[in-house]
Design a protein around this ligand. Structure first.
Ligand code: ADP
Ligand code: ASP
Ligand code: MG
Length: 406
């Protein structure tokens, strides 16, 4: 008998009908003799709707209250899922994140997981019950509810799998991890498997099929993660740490993100410590900064540009304006209509020419590259938001990702 933690995403539980379908699937698995914990997301666009609802009340809701509100989305699906299981004669119980032992820090809306104390979870499993856990949420040391950031049900699912030493299966609305978002590139190819490193780069650069922190936890605890379709019985993609995989030495996939904003501080006095003076206050405000470029200075003045999630721009600007004043920068320029496109693959580190081919492809498509950043296995270009889809398609063709690797 094996123990499995499954996760069903928002679109897979978007209606009563879909919840019943997922319940039937869970029942089949339990009938086959497996012990099942299923982590569920909020139904469909519930999280977005709740955010919009709060906005109708105030522009500045307290983060703690937002978490109380947002956590109800997952609570709702967990209860409904258990009702569906009961109606099918399955012994099941729902647990909130708090009840399931998810302990987090108190950075509301992007809390980090500190520990899992799965005593209650284990007790329910011992009783022979299927346990449905509300994803995306936990309890702080002050006994407040916290949520762990958008897409966080993936992260909680992998964390429960690690805590229970269980297998981990992420069910979603596509058949697995593709060479690019299949909604943008219809000829994108489903990958049989992918390494943690490559998946982490893809996820953190926008491939939202998996949350980046979920991949990180999988990698640290060596939990293999299967990503598959929530209703079709097609083979999915296995995310794991094995080395011998298809198509070594080529680009594995392309990630994109349309929600990027760019901030430039112009004429920053170039002296030791100035970068810390800029980025420390932003870190203290829990603003996560992505690509950073600093130009070579002229007359001891330099321009410094960085990107962040578009949603964070309004919150970041007052901080940046204050920093600019303090350090004597001339002006702050923001552009919120940016996007990014990244090619990812372990092959990039060992073979030259990937960067040149990427830049040539974008230039042939008439797409201007604003910023470039790289890691050992990734090259990212910041481009105008309205050209992101074109960029992804052009790169997919240029790197022949629709073709099976030899
Ligand atoms: P869930 O609600 O199940 O968490 P998400 O919407 O968060 O699902 O993630 C699934 C979506 O991720 C897919 O519908 C697809 O559009 C998108 N996606 C982006 N990049 C990829 C990729 N490389 N492979 C598969 N799906 C991708
Ligand atoms: N409901 C949350 C969100 O929409 C968490 C998740 O679905 O993973 O971000
Ligand atoms: Mg998701």
């Amino acid at each position: 008998m094996s123990l499995v933690v499954q996760k069903y995403g928002g679109s897979s539980v978007a209606s009563a009908e879909k919840i019943k379908n997922v319940a039937a699937r869970i029942k089949r698995r339990a009938d086959a003799g497996d012990r099942v914990v299923a982590v569920v997301s909020a139904m469909g666009d519930t999280t977005d709707d709740l955010i919009a609802l709060a906005k109708q009340i105030t522009d500045h809701p307290e983060a703690r209250e937002m978490d109380v509100l947002l956590s109800t989305g997952e609570t709702q699906s967990s209860a409904l899922m258990v009702m569906a299981l009961h109606a099918m004669g399955v012994d099941a119980i729902s647990l909130s994140g708090a009840q399931a032992g998810m302990r987090t820090d108190s950075v509301h809306r992007s809390a980090r997981i500190l520990a899992i104390e799965p005593t209650r979870l284990r007790e329910e499993l011992e009783r022979g019950r299927v346990v449905i856990v509300a994803g995306f949420q936990g309890l702080t040391e002050d006994l407040d509810i916290a949520t762990i950031g958008r897409g966080g049900s993936d992260t909680t699912a992998v964390a429960y799998a690690a805590a229970l030493n269980a297998r981990c299966e992420i069910y979603t609305d596509v058949e697995g991890v593709y060479t690019a978002d299949p909604r943008i590139v219809p000829e994108a190819r489903k990958l049989k498997d992918i390494s943690y490193d490559e998946m982490l780069e893809l996820a953190s650069k926008g491939a939202k099929v998996m949350a980046p922190r979920a991949v990180e936890i999988g990698s640290v605890y060596n939990i293999e993660i299967l990503v598959a379709h929530s209703t079709k019985d097609a083979p999915g993609t296995l995310i794991h740490g094995g080395a011998d995989m298809e198509g070594f030495n080529r680009v594995r996939g392309i990630a994109h993100d349309r929600d990027v904003a760019k901030i430039t501080l112009r004429h920053v006095p170039d002296r030791p410590g100035v970068a810390a003076e800029i980025f420390q206050p932003l870190a203290d405000a829990h603003l996560s900064i992505d690509t950073i470029v600093q130009n070579a200075s002229e007359d001891n003045l330099t321009d410094l540009t960085f990107t962040l999630a578009r949603d964070d721009l309004a919150r970041a600007l007052p901080h940046v304006n204050e920093i600019a004043k303090r350090i004597g920068a001339k002006e702050v320029v923001a552009d919120e209509r940016m996007g990014k496109v990244s090619i990812v693959g372990t092959g990039i580190q060992s073979a030259p020419g990937y960067a040149a081919r990427m830049f040539r492809t974008l230039s042939d498509a008439g797409i201007n590259i604003e910023i470039i950043s790289t890691s050992e296995i990734r090259i990212t270009c910041i481009v105008p938001e309205d050209r992101v889809a074109d960029a992804v398609r052009a790169l997919h063709t240029a790197f022949e990702l629709e073709k099976e690797a030899l």
